[in-house]
Design a protein around this ligand. Structure first.
Ligand SMILES: C[S@@+](CC[C@H](N)C(=O)[O-])C[C@H]1O[C@@H](n2cnc3c(N)ncnc32)[C@H](O)[C@@H]1O
Length: 315
């Protein structure tokens, strides 16, 4: 179906006919506001989560710098097959940047891509607005089909988007034989979406990673890093992109050569900020997850984070 075509829907008992373009812009107006970022790529502001989908420094450069490079995809692309888990697919930029990078190095590499996302409208609006134009025609074509069909099989790409709460959709993957070489962990920030940064969710994520695989996230929050460690990951810092703060890269093997954390970052992990989010049954509300952590912080004997901050400000 093209954006010029129409469909009928029932609205308060009356049948109305709207074009796909109108329908798309309705959705857009409802909860996704386009924002231009500093590298010329677009992102959205989500009124539901009160946050942008990407850093204002540049959405396209964030996808490559925070996710594709830290997971070592340019080097891994020499392999015949690669498996990627894209948690929080959103507009699809991380997957687009990954596929573009892999096929530039090795056009024959066969990629298995599983994406988790709660809101299928996000990638639909991104495709309708041609936001993926930074990447190759092949990537745009494949991801456009993936967006409408929710699955795709070509000689070089076997992909699916699992729509729903990632806390549930990840479970069959974690319990099955799915193993990713690279995992992109890209939820909204912990204050806005603590559900996807808990020890319990990251424990599910850990079961989806190959023994020599890499997970990357933009976050350097102490709560996120300590949750990764508690869930069984080794962690390191990834290079800052745009903003001053680094991201985090994680692996399972203790022999993995990960870029070391600084002394300041290590000390941050000994403060109350490092008390992780918990969600024992993987179904609690955001406010309950926040409240549980607030109470744990209140009763903690760890150093108050302000004290750590003041110590490093005077250095
Ligand atoms: C920061 S954006 C991700 C940006 C994305 N990686 C991209 O390249 O465009 C976070 C995404 O998480 C999705 N999301 C929020 N809660 C979720 C949940 N519980 N399960 C799965 N996806 C969720 C949002 O719809 C949004 O698309």
């Amino acid at each position: 179906m093209t954006t010029d075509e129409c469909f009928s829907a029932s609205h308060w008992g009356d049948t109305v006919t709207v074009s796909i373009a109108e329908f798309m812009s309705d959705i857009q107006a409802q909860h996704l506001t386009p924002r231009l970022t500093a590298d010329g790529s677009y992102t959205f502001f989500s009124s539901e989560f009160g946050e942008c989908f990407h850093s204002h420094h540049g959405a396209e450069q964030e996808a490559r710098g925070k996710f594709v490079l830290p997971t070592g995809l340019p080097e891994r692309a020499q392999q015949d097959d690669l498996t990627i888990l894209d948690i929080c697919y959103g507009l699809g930029y991380n997957s687009a940047a990954a596929l573009d990078c892999i096929w530039q190095v090795n056009p024959d590499c066969r990629v298995t891509l599983v994406a988790l996302e709660t809101d299928g409208a996000v990638s639909e609006v991104a495709i309708a607005n041609n936001y993926l134009h930074h990447w190759s025609q092949k990537v745009q074509h494949d991801l456009s089909t993936l967006c409408t069909e929710r699955q795709l099989r070509t000689p070089t790409l076997n992909a699916q988007i699992l729509i729903g709460d990632a806390r549930q959709t990840i479970q069959p993957l974690a319990q099955g034989d799915f193993m990713a070489d690279a995992i992109f962990l890209d939820p909204f920030s912990p204050p806005h979406c603590p559900q996807l940064w808990t020890v319990e969710f990251l424990n599910q994520v850990r079961h989806c990673l190959q023994s020599d695989g890499r997970l990357a996230t933009y976050s350097c929050s102490a709560a996120v890093r300590s949750a990764l460690i508690t869930a069984g990951f080794q962690i390191g810092a990834s290079a800052p992109v745009g903003r001053r703060t680094p991201g985090t890269v994680a692996a399972l093997s203790c022999t993995a050569a990960l870029p070391a954390l600084s002394v300041q970052e290590l000390e941050h992990l000994q403060t109350r900020a490092a008390i992780p989010y918990r969600d024992p049954e993987l179904k609690d509300t955001m406010s309950l997850i926040h409240e549980r952590r607030r109470q744990a912080q209140q009763h903690s004997a760890l150093e108050p984070t302000r004290q750590w901050k003041n110590r490093w400000m005077s250095v």
